[in-house]
Design a protein around this ligand. Structure first.
Ligand code: DGL
Length: 281
């Protein structure tokens, strides 16, 4: 295997949410070197226009190319939904993966009746990427979605459960569930279509009850990445544990503090590099 296989894999999110994907990638590929970029200066992406999100995602890709990455995981559903196709078309030499297709795959494998709910940011819901990805695999599926942009702030603040969080989750999901809770149309699977949302998983599970399976695309995305790296002969030949580097576009100390809510390893502020990506194209 050539040493170029030991180049790092880049992961990118609007902020800290993608750390849930980083966790899964660390577990699936412990020997890979990883570089995580959080565009903390411009989070949230979920309420921005497609034009802005695509520009931000391409700037992140260009910034990570400077670190000689061999693959890029867009660890953000919003950026995956909006910008993945553009980035794949513009950078055919780079392996670029998103989290929406793996999430859709996991949902289709999980559902029993084909009645699937998707909760995500406003941009992801408007873009209908999950609908398209699910229906292309299961044309008979019924897919309903709801924007839950408020969950992003709750997750970042570390408000993951408790009465108040349950009340907000209940209110946010009411449109999706009150209508479909009973009878033929009842949803049996709910996709957490935003990388921030797994932080609220216990509250969401409380509210929807045990008849609804929750899908978190992090693990499926990591499995997909491993498969693609193996297929393209890009798996690392390192025998030691890989290194993880963190890049942010603003507020390294906030990132280190909030990272605890999403990432299972400690992130020291000295490990975080502040970079400017806005000058890229
Ligand atoms: N983490 C992003 C996602 O998966 C959402 C956060 C944001 O709005 O920037 O969609």
């Amino acid at each position: 295997m050539s040493s170029s296989n030991n180049r790092p894999i880049g992961l990118f999110d609007s902020g800290v949410g993608g750390l849930t994907v980083l966790n899964a990638v660390r577990k699936a590929l412990p020997n890979e070197n990883l570089i995580y970029l959080g565009d903390t200066a411009r989070v949230p992406y979920g309420t921005k226009s497609s034009l802005s999100i695509t520009r931000y995602a391409e700037q992140a890709l260009k910034a990570l190319l400077r670190y000689d990455i061999k693959a890029l995981v867009i660890a953000c559903n919003t950026a995956s939904a909006v910008a993945l196709d553009t980035l794949i078309a513009k950078y055919p030499e780079l392996l670029v993966l998103g989290v929406v297709e793996p999430g859709a795959e996991a949902a289709v494998n999980m559902t029993k009746k084909g009645h699937i709910g998707v909760i995500a940011t406003e941009s992801t819901v408007n873009n209908q990427a999950y609908q398209k990805a699910i229906l292309s695999r299961m044309p008979e599926a019924i897919v309903k979605s709801a924007a839950c942009s408020l969950f992003v702030a709750l997750a970042e603040e570390g408000w993951h459960d408790g009465e108040l969080v349950d009340a907000i989750v209940k209110r946010s999901l009411s449109g999706l569930f009150d209508h479909y809770r009973h009878g033929e149309d009842m949803l049996d699977t709910l996709v957490l279509g935003c990388t921030h949302f797994p932080a609220l998983k216990s509250s969401i599970a409380n509210v929807v009850g045990d008849k609804v399976s929750l899908v978190d695309s992090a693990e499926t995305s990591a499995t997909q990445l491993k498969m693609q790296l193996s297929k393209t002969n890009l798996l690392s030949s390192e025998e030691n544990a890989g290194r993880v580097r963190f890049l942010v576009t603003d507020g390294p100390s906030r990132f280190a503090r909030v990272a605890k809510n999403f990432y299972s390893e400690a992130v020291d502020v000295d490990q975080i590099e502040l970079i400017d990506i806005q000058h890229f194209g």
